[in-house]
Ligand binder design. Structure first.
Ligand code: HDD
Length: 715
C-alpha cells in the first residue's frame, strides 16, 4: 500500500466514505496509529524486533528467569494496565460510524454547520448503551438506553448525548449522583447487577415524585428494545437554535428509526440475557456487516420562548415532553450507520461524549439538569481517559482544525512548534486569532434575578404527563407496564417502599395502581399528597405518538431472524420455496437442528443447520417455521429442546408457520386449541409452502401477535 492510498483509506474509514482527504487532520493521526497485524514483524513498543515471543529469558533451560528480560516485562506491564476505569453510567455499549445528511438548509433557524445546505453530509460516530449495568453485564436488562451522537462538523465536534426516552428521572443535576447511587448495585453486597428491581432504587424514586413520568417509560416495553436499530432517540432537554442573525428558537431533538420501533417482552428479555448477553451488540454489528445500514430520521420540535411560556408545563423541566400534538416534528435529515469500528477499545470505549460539546448555531437552555451535565462529562473523561488530552485520541479528534494555547498534560500527542503559547502575542503574528462573531457566541439571553436554590412553580406538577403516557398506550402496553411495576416492586423487600410507590401511582391512574396493588397482594393505598394542589390543565390528554404498538412503522421483515427447524427426513422442497421468499424479503433465515451440521432431506438432499436448538434457543428468533416430513417431525418430537423452542415462540407472540406433519409438533406443545383462532399461526401442506410464504411474511412483519399475550389487563 502506498502512503497516499493508505491515507485515503483511513479517511474513508473515519468518515464512512464522506471525508475529503487532505482536509482532515485526524486522518493523518489515524494513519500513524492504525495497525494492521499482517506482514509486519513483531516488535516491542520501542519498535525493536522480537526474536522469541514464546519463552522467558532464563539462566539455563531449567534455570531461574532473569530480571533483564525487558521483552517479558514490557509485555506483562502493558497487560497489567489494559483496563481503564469504566464509565460510571452507560458502561456497556456498542458504537458505529456513519453520516448525517441534511434534507434541506435550515438556515432560517440555525447556523449550525450540519444544517447549512441541502444534502450536506457530516460524519458521525454513534454509541448506544445501557445505563446501570457494568461493562460485562447484559444487553437486555430493563433500562434506559443511551443514544449518543458525535457529529464531526466543519465547525468542531457537536455531541448530542441523548437517550431512547425523551424525559429523565430528575429535574436538577444536583440529584444525579443520588439517582445513580440508588440504581447501581447496593453497596454492601454489590447486587443486583444491571437491574432496577431492588430496594434502594425504589426507595429513592418513591420519595421523588418528579421521577414518576420517567418510571412510566422505564416500566414500558421501551426499556427492553428488540434492537438498538429499532428504538427512538431523544436529546431530552430543550436546546436553542441560533441563526446567523442571532435570532433564537427553542428546539427538541428526536431520532426516529426507519426499521420501526419494536421491543421485546419481559420473559423473552430475561431468557435472552442468559443465552446471548450480547444480543443488541451482535444485532447492530451483524446488520452493518451485512450491508443493512440502520437509519434514523432527525425530527425537530421548534417553538419560541413566547409559545413555551404559555405551556402548562415548563420546557426547562427534563421530566416533561412537549407533546407532538402541541408542537409537531419537522423532519430535517437522516442518520445512517454504515461502518463498524475497527477496534472496540480504541473507538467505542475511548469515545468521549460531552454534553458541553456544542457548535455555533446550537446553544443551551437554562435547564438545570443540562447545566450539571456541561461540567460532568469533560470532568469524567479526564479520569477515565487519563488526562486532559482525550480530544487527541483519534475517535475524539475533530475534523475541524484545533488551534489554541493549551499545552502539555498527560499523553500529549500534538507537537507544538515555536515559543508562543499565549494570547495576545506579537511574536507569532498574533495567531491564533479569536473568531469574533464568526465563532461561537453564547446567545445573549437576559439574566437579572436573585441568586437562589429552588425550582420554578410548574416544576412541582409531577403526574399529568405520567397519566398522558399511560393513557396513550394500547391495552397490551398498559398490561406490560402494570406487570413491570408488579415485578420490580415484588423484588423490593421493605413493604413501606412498595406502598409508597403504589400510593404515588394512584395519582397517575387508579386502574394502574389497582392492578399493581392486586399483583402485590395489597390494598390500594391513599394517593400520595401532591406538591401542587391546583395545576394547570394539560393541553393534550392522549398522544398516539407515545405508543410503540399504535405506530410501529411499516418496515417489512428486513433483518428479521427466522428459525426453520430441521432434522433428518425433513421435507426439503417446501423449505427451499420458503427460504427463497423470506430471503428475498430481506429476512435472515437460519436452519436450526438438534445439532449443527448436515441433515438428509426426505429425498436424500443435504440441508445444513447453522444453529442448534441448544446453542440458539427459540427466543433468539423473530419467527418460526416448523417443517413437514414425518421422519423429521418424529426426530424433533423426541428432542427435549423442541417443545420449549415452540412454546417460547408462542408465549412471546411471534409468527409461527407449521407445514404438513409439523402441525403435530404444535399440538404436542399445547397450542392446538389456539391454532385456528390466532392470526399469527399459519398452517399449510408442505406442497403449498410457496403459496403461504407471502402470508407468513406479513405475519412476521406484524412483529408480534399480542392477542395471545399471557398477561392481558383483564386477568
Ligand atoms: Fe449522562 C454518560 C445520557 C444526565 C453524567 N449520559 C452518558 C451517556 C449517555 C448519557 C448517552 C453515555 C455516552 C457514551 O456513550 O459514552 N445523561 C444522559 C441523558 C441525561 C443525562 C440523556 C439527561 C437528560 N448525565 C446526566 C447528568 C449527569 C450525567 C445529570 C451529571 C450531572 N453521563 C454523565 C457522566 C457520563 C454520562 C458521568 C458517564 C460516562 C461519561 O459521561 O462519559 O459524565
Amino acid at each position: 500500500m502506498t502512503a497516499s492510498t493508505a491515507t485515503e483509506e483511513s479517511a474513508t474509514a473515519k468518515t464512512g466514505g464522506a471525508a475529503r482527504p487532505g482536509t482532515n487532520p485526524t486522518v493523518a493521526s489515524l494513519e500513524r496509529v492504525r495497525v494492521d497485524a499482517s506482514d509486519r514483524t513483531l516488535t516491542t513498543n520501542q519498535g525493536v524486533p522480537i526474536g522469541d515471543n514464546q519463552n522467558t529469558l532464563k539462566a539455563g533451560l531449567r534455570g531461574p528467569s532473569l530480571l533483564e528480560d525487558f521483552i517479558l516485562r514490557e509485555k506483562v506491564t502493558h497487560f497489567d494496565h489494559e483496563r481503564i476505569p469504566e464509565r460510571i453510567v452507560h458502561a456497556r455499549g456498542s458504537g458505529a460510524h456513519g453520516y448525517f445528511e441534511a434534507y434541506d438548509a435550515l438556515t432560517q433557524y440555525t447556523r449550525a454547520a450540519p444544517f447549512a445546505e441541502k444534502g450536506k453530509i457530516t460524519p458521525v460516530f454513534v454509541r448506544f448503551s445501557t445505563v446501570a449495568g457494568e461493562r460485562g453485564s447484559k444487553d437486555t436488562a430493563r433500562d434506559v438506553r443511551g443514544f449518543a451522537v458525535k457529529f464531526y462538523t466543519d465547525e468542531g465536534n457537536w455531541d448530542l448525548v441523548g437517550n431512547n426516552m425523551p424525559v429523565f428521572f430528575i429535574q436538577d443535576a444536583m440529584k444525579f449522583p443520588d439517582l445513580v447511587h440508588a440504581v447501581k448495585p447496593e453497596p454492601h453486597h454489590a447486587m443486583p447487577q444491571a437491574a432496577s428491581a431492588h430496594d434502594t432504587f425504589w426507595d429513592f424514586v418513591s420519595l421523588m415524585p418528579e421521577s414518576t413520568h420517567m418510571l412510566m417509560w422505564l416500566m414500558s416495553d421501551r426499556a427492553i428494545p428488540r434492537s438498538f436499530r429499532m428504538m427512538q432517540g431523544f436529546g431530552v432537554h430543550t436546546f436553542r437554535l441560533v441563526n446567523a442573525q442571532d435570532e433564537s428558537v427553542f428546539c427538541k431533538f428526536h431520532w426516529k428509526p426507519l426499521q420501526g420501533t419494536h421491543s421485546l417482552v419481559w420473559d423473552e428479555a430475561v431468557k435472552i440475557s442468559g443465552a446471548d448477553p450480547d444480543f443488541h451488540r451482535r444485532d447492530l454489528w451483524e446488520a452493518i456487516e451485512s450491508g443493512e445500514f440502520p437509519e434514523w430520521e432527525l425530527g425537530l420540535q421548534i417553538f419560541t420562548e413566547e409559545q413555551a411560556e404559555g405551556f402548562s408545563f415548563d420546557v426547562l423541566d427534563s421530566t416533561k415532553i412537549v407533546p407532538e400534538e402541541l408542537v409537531p416534528l419537522l423532519p430535517v435529515g437522516r442518520l445512517v450507520l454504515n461502518r463498524n469500528p475497527d477496534n472496540f477499545f480504541a473507538e467505542t470505549e475511548q469515545v468521549a461524549f460531552c454534553a458541553a460539546h456544542i457548535i455555533p448555531g446550537i446553544d443551551f437552555s437554562n435547564d438545570p439538569l443540562l447545566a450539571g451535565r456541561i461540567h460532568s462529562y469533560v470532568d469524567t473523561q479526564i479520569t477515565r481517559l487519563g488526562g486532559p488530552n482525550f480530544h487527541e485520541i483519534p475517535i475524539n479528534s475533530p475534523i475541524a482544525p484545533v488551534q489554541n494555547n493549551q499545552r502539555d498534560g498527560m499523553h500529549r500527542q500534538a507537537l507544538h512548534r515555536g515559543r508562543v503559547s499565549y494570547e495576545p502575542n506579537s511574536l507569532a503574528g498574533g495567531c491564533p486569532f479569536q473568531a469574533g462573531t464568526g465563532g461561537f457566541v453564547s446567545f445573549p439571553a437576559a439574566v437579572a434575578e436573585d441568586k437562589v436554590r429552588g425550582k420554578p412553580e410548574k416544576f412541582a406538577e409531577h403526574y399529568a404527563q405520567a397519566t398522558l403516557f399511560f393513557e396513550s398506550q394500547t391495552a397490551v402496553e398498559k398490561a406490560h407496564i402494570a406487570a413491570a411495576f408488579r415485578f420490580e416492586l415484588s423484588k423490593v423487600g421493605v413493604p413501606a417502599i412498595r406502598e409508597r410507590m403504589v400510593s404515588s401511582l394512584v395519582n397517575v391512574s387508579q386502574e394502574l395502581a389497582a392492578q399493581v396493588a392486586a399483583g402485590l397482594g395489597m390494598a390500594v393505598p391513599a394517593a400520595m399528597p401532591r406538591a401542587i394542589a391546583d395545576p394547570q390543565s394539560p393541553e393534550v390528554t392522549v398522544s398516539p405518538a407515545l405508543s410503540l404498538m399504535a405506530r410501529p412503522g411499516e418496515c417489512g421483515i428486513r433483518t428479521r431472524q427466522i428459525a426453520v427447524l430441521v432434522a433428518d427426513g425433513v421435507h426439503h422442497v417446501s423449505l427451499l420455496a420458503l427460504y427463497n421468499t423470506l430471503t428475498a424479503a430481506g429476512a435472515v433465515v437460519h436452519f436450526v437442528g438438534p445439532r449443527v451440521g448436515m441433515f438428509a432431506g426426505a429425498s436424500g438432499e443435504k440441508i445444513e443447520a447453522d444453529k442448534s436448538m441448544e446453542n440458539a434457543p427459540g427466543f433468539l428468533f423473530d419467527a418460526l417455521v416448523v417443517p413437514d416430513g414425518r421422519e423429521a417431525v418424529q426426530a424433533l418430537a423426541g428432542n427435549g429442546h423442541t417443545m420449549e423452542f415452540i412454546k417460547d415462540m408462542f408465549r412471546h407472540c411471534k409468527a409461527i408457520l407449521a407445514l404438513g406433519a409439523g402441525r403435530e409438533l404444535l399440538e404436542m406443545a399445547g397450542i392446538g386449541p389456539m391454532m385456528d383462532k390466532d392470526e399469527g399461526i399459519l398452517l399449510a401442506d408442505g406442497a403449498d409452502a410457496a403459496q403461504i410464504a407471502q402470508a407468513f411474511v406479513n405475519a412476521v412483519a406484524a412483529h408480534r401477535h399480542p392477542a395471545r399475550d399471557s398477561d392481558p389487563p383483564t386477568k
